[in-house]
Ligand binder design. Structure first.
Ligand code: GLU
Length: 446
């Protein structure tokens, strides 16, 4: 017996996620979103028979870029900002994923969101890998000019690490088409003169006038509705008559609310950072959009009553769509939820412990990498349109999006039966199958 075997207390059996954590010297922290995500993905990797070297490749991002950059503020002083771009995996194509502006952006969270992008792109079969970026800032506290300067300086700081065929950012929490316009313009100015022609393809989610795709703005909400249309009937829910609630009323929540109510569903409650509102007769999603545009949140909307967060979670509905930030549904919220189905519009809105409580209580969870993949799918359409100098009609975008989402939903259903697991694990299994195949075909260089 040598020293290392006597000192290593109990090495984990090689098939367990903990064995990969030990090998990579990751000290598992149950509250860490990246560790949680990797653990769930490694369980799926084991189910589909991924080889050990493939597991250790996907358990860490390829590149983690961290930058600090000064920005001139309106009052004349310079503030230093911290930004990240994490490139998780590019086995299936260029790194792809949004850029988030939020005060709580951290490296591990960005790493986790980058892994989820790898999974999402593979599941909907768009030829991209996964990446994510972020700047630690509060966009609500920045003026438009400050926001523009933060965007331009961040783009400059990472411009050598991204590219239209290498790593393609997009909007995420706290960013939008205007920010993508500034980003594309800055990148173009940073590019050598001979290669400036096609460079606005470096970001998607641009304004339509600047090469954006019609339908990109509503794409995540539309993709979620497409998934629901495929999944709800077999759960005994009629989408045209269902009652639903939303967490978050930003891009994803707002569009989901409007699109579902257009189909006849009733929005009975919304929770966001400004409060929770309830109206059992139905909330007009269009009017609420106006209110949010004017006031910044759903709080104070006078066509509904204000309720407590706990009462919001307890509302009796067919469907709850979390469409805000990560890790909002912990065991506490999961214990209160009174919905038949939770369809995850946000990335990773449910903690593993929250997940377990929902499952125990028989709530069906439709996983994030399926439900919110519509955004990146239409981003791919935008990139294709830019690359081929064409524009698609709204009908074509809707039709192609629907096809991608329905096929992805069916892949999850097939994987659920094949691997006898829950939908979240099945979504990872279906995504990993393709990545595994590519690593088998190409091997690992040299
Ligand atoms: N930020 C979105 C997401 O999390 C979209 C990413 C993209 O379009 O590249 O899926």
């Amino acid at each position: 017996m040598n020293d290392s075997t006597t000192t290593a207390p109990h090495p984990s059996p090689p098939h367990l996620p903990s064995a990969v954590f030990e090998e990579l010297e990751i000290v598992r922290d149950p509250a860490n979103l990246f560790h949680q995500t990797i653990e769930q993905i490694l369980i799926a990797a084991e189910l589909i028979g991924m080889r050990h070297h493939q597991k250790i490749i996907i358990a860490q991002p390829k590149n983690e870029i961290m930058v600090h950059f000064p920005v001139l503020m309106d009052d004349g002083h310079h503030a230093l900002f911290k930004g990240y771009r994490v490139q998780h995996n590019n086995a299936l194509g260029p790194y792809k994923g949004g850029i988030r502006f939020h005060p709580h952006v951290s490296l591990d969270d960005v790493k986790s969101l980058a892994v989820l992008m790898t999974m999402k792109c593979s599941l909907v079969k768009v030829p991209f890998g996964g990446g994510k970026g972020g700047v630690k800032c509060n966009p609500r506290e920045l003026s438009s000019e400050e926001l523009k300067r933060v965007t331009r300086r961040f783009c400059t700081a990472i411009s050598n690490q991204i590219g239209p065929d290498y790593d393609i950012p997009a909007p995420d929490v706290g960013t939008n088409a205007q920010i993508m316009a500034w980003f594309a313009d800055t990148y173009q100015l940073m590019s050598p003169e001979h290669s400036r022609q096609d460079t606005h393809r470096v970001v998607t989610g641009k304004p339509v006038e600047m090469g954006g795709s019609v339908g990109r703005d509503k794409a995540t909400g539309q993709g979620l509705v497409d998934v629901l249309q495929e999944m709800l009937p077999e759960l005994g829910i009629d989408i045209h008559k269902c009652k639903f609630t939303l967490i978050g009323f930003g891009n994803v929540g707002g569009w989901t609310g409007r699109l579902l109510t257009e189909l006849g569903a009733t929005l009975v409650g919304v929770l966001d950072h400004t409060g929770a509102i309830h109206n059992d007769r139905g909330i007009d999603a269009e009017a609420l959009t106006e209110h949010v545009a004017q006031t910044g949140g759903v709080g104070g909307y006078d066509e509904a009553e204000s309720i407590s967060t706990d009462d919001f979670y307890g509302l009796h509905v067919d469907l709850l769509v979390p469409a805000a930030l990560e890790q909002m549904i912990t065991p506490k919220e999961a214990g209160l939820i009174n919905a038949k189905v939770v369809a995850e519009g946000a990335n990773a809105p449910t903690t593993p412990e929250g997940d377990a409580v929902l499952m125990q209580r028989g709530v069906e969870i439709l996983p994030a990498i399926l439900c919110n993949a519509g955004g990146v799918t239409v981003s791919y359409f935008e990139w294709v349109q830019n690359k081929s100098s064409t524009t698609w009609s709204a009908e074509k975008v809707d039709e192609e999006l629907n096809r991608h989402m329905v096929l992805a939903a069916r892949r999850v259903k097939v994987a659920r039966v094949k691997y006898e697991c829950d939908s979240r694990t099945a979504s990872y299994c279906a995504a990993l199958e393709q990545i595994k195949k590519v690593y088998e075909l190409r091997g690992v260089f040299p």
